[in-house]
Design a protein around this ligand. Sequence first.
Ligand code: PA5
Length: 424
Amino acid sequence: MLRFNTEFAEGFVSPAELDDYRRAHADVLARCQEGEEGFADSLGWLSVSAWAGDEVLERTCALAERIRACADTFVLIGVGGSNNATRAALAALAPEVGARVVFAGNTLSAWELNRVIASLEGHDVVIDCVAKNFETLEPGSSFRLLRQYLVERYGAEEAARRIVCTGTIGSPLEDLCRDEGYTFVPFATDVGGRFTALTEVHLLPLAVGGVDIRALVDGAREAERACRGDGPLENEAYRYAACRNILWERGYRMELLGFFEPRFRWFSKWFEQLFAESEGKDGRGLFPSAAEYSEELHSLGQFVQDGTHLLFETFLDVAGPGPGDSLVLGGTDVADGFGYLDGVDFWDINKASFRATRAAHAEVLPCLTLEIDRLDERHLGMLFYWFAFACTVSGRLLGVNPFDQPGVEAYKALMFRALGKGAR
Ligand code: PA5
C-alpha cells in the first residue's frame, strides 16, 4: 500500500482549503484519468497493460534469459528517461541474482567512459542502446564507442549477437539493427522517455539485472486502479498534485524529496527528471530537488530549517522493515557516551531521526509524506505509476503541457553547431 498524508502541512494548507481546491478542479482530475485527447500521443503509459501486458512480460523475460546466458554484464546506453528508472530500481532493490548493469550513454566525460570500458574487462558483455530519437549526443557517441569495443573484442559476428537496441519503430536505429543484425526492441511509441518506467525500455534491463518485473508491474497496476478509479476526495495522487499547486500559488518555488533510505538516491534522480521536464516551462513550475537524510541533515538541513523560505518537503518513507533492514547495536563496557543506544535497532534509530526531522521542519515549512509499506518490487512499481500520474495532474493544474521539454533544445543547437553536426 501507498499512503499520502498532509498532517505535517496543515499549518500551511488547511484540510478545508485542500477540499475546496480539489472540488474546484475536479474536472482536471477527470480529464487526466480519462486521458486528454490532445496528449494522446504521450499517454501510452496511462494503461499499464498497454505496454506491460502478459505478452510483453513473457517476451522480455525470455530475452533477458537469453542475455544472461551469455553475459554477466549488461551495459545500458541511455540518458534521461532512457536511463533513470532502471538505475532507480536497481539501486533501490539491489537484487542478488541477475547480471551486473553498467550505465553508459549518460555522459560525455572521457574519464567516466574510460572507467566504464575498464570495468568490462574480464566480463562477458551485452550492450543495449536505448534511444527514442537516436539523435541524442550522449547515447549516440557511447553506442559507437562500445560497438567498436565489442567488435574489437569479439569480432563483428559475435558482437552483433551481443548488441540490443531499444528504439522507435521506423527510426534510423531500427534500420541500423536490420542492416547489422542487432536485436531490436520497440520503444513504446506513445510514451515519452521519462514516462517509460513500465515499458520494455526499462523492463528489459531490470529483468536482466534480476528484478522481478512481474511484481513491479503488478504494483503499478494497483496504483493505476487507485489513480484512475478514485474520485477527487479520495484520490491521493490528486491530493498531492493539489497541494503542490496550492503551495506554488502561495509562492513556494522548490520541492525537496526527503528520504532516510540511501536506496532512494537514484529514485530521487528519476523524480527530479520527471517533474523538472514535465512542469518546468513557460516560466512556471516547482524546482524539484532531493535531500538524502540523515547525512544531509548535516548540510542541507541547516538551510531547510533556517534559510530562505522557498521550499516545501515531501518525505518518502518506508513504513516496515524488509530483509536486511535490521541491525541491533550491541552494548559495550567502553564509556563512549552512546549507552542510550544499547540494544537499539538502527531501523528504529533511523525512524526516530526521520520523525524528529519532520516535526522540526514542519514548524517552518509544509511537510508532505508519502509512505509505502515496504521497499520491494511491488511498491516501487506503485511509486513509478503514482508519481507519473500525480505529475501529469499537477502539470495540468499548473496549466502546462507535461509531455514536452522545449527548454532542452536551446543548448543543443549551440552544441551541435560547435561540434560541426551537419557539416561532416
Ligand atoms: O523524458 C524525455 O523525453 C527525455 O528526458 C529523454 O528520455 C532523453 O532526452 C533521452 O532521449 P532519447 O531516448 O531520445 O535519447
